[in-house]
Structure formats: structure tokens, C-alpha cells
Design a protein around this ligand. Structure first.
Ligand code: GLN
Length: 230
């Protein structure tokens, strides 16, 4: 009786707010990451519980055993591969430099000498900014979520910020943010779902099998279209 029908519930860590990947509407979590993991769970016969937190807390929470899956528009990087295993990539992204709308003085990293750059704790953008700090002669101010990072530039506390281009493009297109993207993209990467390194091979296989099956059925494209349009 019973036992075998009980489905495994996996805790999924996502960013507090990172539209179009995750955001709250009417008290419910929505977005590409949320729809994808829910569809993968359905396809592979498990359940998920979404837990939102500052992005910088996701990998530490996985290491502490409090989360099974890390998402949140998380870029696949070699550095992170030392602590987590990534699924196959599910979205192409990368970084952009962002300034206040109408700022005609900053067109690229070269114009950042003596300037302040807002960064978000634990992100690839923060790492990029720190890695190039001395080269371009700027300083950094660190916050823990994208909303605060955008505000630092809007209110003039920072001159620029670094954010993933799908996220900043979506934010500029859908809200009246007084920000603009400048210059070429700073790099390119891919988002992946992550699990504890070396400890979740079965779950990782389910994530990859589920993703492949959503791509094959058209469900993956349907989810992307829902949030990004044609
Ligand atoms: N893709 C970036 C990273 O992995 C930013 C993610 C985020 O801010 N949620 O660090």
C-alpha cells in the first residue's frame, strides 16, 4: 500500500527576482526557470519545491544540503564546476555593460576609469568586474540582488553595472527603467541546472532526460515563447 506512489520532492533554489527567468506575480513564482523545472519534474515523475533566495546563497545552500537543484539563470562556469555538476545548457546568455539612460560618457569598459561599478554578489558579472578592475581603474560596490543593482545606477550611486544581457534587455523592454546597454557583449555563456557535485548522478540524468524530452516535444520552445515572444 501506498509507499511507491510517494514522489520525491526536490528543493530548487532560484534567485529572488530575475525576470524573465523567475519573478513573482500574484504571489506565485513564474518565469522560464520555474516553468522549465516544473515541466521537467512532470516529465520525469518527481516534484519540486521552489525556494527563492539571493543568488549568492544558492550554491552555499546546496553545499549545506538545503537545496537539491540550483537554478536562477546560473551560468555554467569552470569555477562552479569545482563544487557543482551542471545539466546540459538550456539558455544562451552572457554579460553586458549598463549605464544610466542618456549617459553619453561611458561607451565601453575603457571609459570606466575612476568610476563606480555596481555588482551583484556571487555572479559571473561580479567576477568579471573584479577581474578587470585594475585594468580599467574603476571601483565596485556590491549588492545582493538585481533590483538593488539597477537602483545604484538609477540613483547615481554607481556609474555602471554588469548584468546578463537577456535579463537587462527584458527589464528595459518591459519596465520603464532609466538604463541603457552600451558597447559589445562582454562575454558569452550558457545557463545550466546544477546539483551537488558527484552526489546526484541520478537526479542529473533526470534533469538532462527531461530537458531533452521538452526540446523534442516542443514544450521547451513553448515556454520560451511564453516569456520572450517570437
Ligand atoms: N548568470 C549569472 C551568473 O550565473 C547571473 C545570475 C543571476 O544574477 N541570477 O552568475
Amino acid at each position: 500500500t501506498g509507499g511507491n506512489n510517494v514522489k520525491e520532492v526536490y528543493k530548487v533554489g532560484v534567485d529572488t527576482t530575475y525576470p524573465p527567468f523567475e519573478f513573482q506575480e500574484d504571489g506565485k513564482y513564474k518565469g522560464i526557470d520555474i516553468d522549465l523545472i516544473q515541466a521537467i519534474a512532470k516529465d520525469q515523475g518527481f516534484k519540486v519545491k521552489i525556494e527563492a533566495m539571493d543568488f549568492g546563497g544558492i550554491i552555499p545552500s546546496m553545499q549545506a544540503g538545503e537545496l537539491d537543484i540550483g537554478m536562477g539563470g546560473m551560468s555554467i562556469t569552470d569555477e562552479r564546476k569545482e563544487t557543482v555538476d551542471f545539466s546540459d545548457p538550456y539558455f544562451e546568455a552572457g554579460l553586458s555593460l549598463v549605464v544610466a539612460k542618456g549617459n553619453g560618457k561611458i561607451a565601453s569598459l575603457k571609459d570606466l576609469k575612476g568610476k563606480m561599478v555596481a555588482i551583484k554578489n556571487g555572479t559571473t558579472g561580479a567576477k568579471f568586474a573584479e577581474d578587470h578592475k585594475d585594468e580599467y581603474g574603476y571601483d565596485t560596490i556590491q549588492v545582493s540582488d538585481s533590483t538593488s543593482m539597477f537602483q545604484e545606477v538609477s540613483n547615481g550611486s554607481a556609474d555602471a553595472l554588469i548584468e546578463d544581457y537577456p535579463v537587462i534587455s527584458y527589464a528595459i523592454a518591459t519596465s520603464n527603467l532609466d538604463l541603457q546597454v552600451v558597447g559589445d557583449r562582454l562575454n558569452g555563456d550558457n545557463y545550466g541546472m546544477s546539483v551537488m557535485k558527484g552526489k546526484q548522478d541520478e537526479l542529473l540524468k533526470k534533469l538532462n532526460d527531461g530537458l531533452a524530452s521538452l526540446k523534442e516535444s516542443g514544450k521547451y520552445d513553448e515556454i520560451l515563447d511564453k516569456y520572450l515572444g517570437e
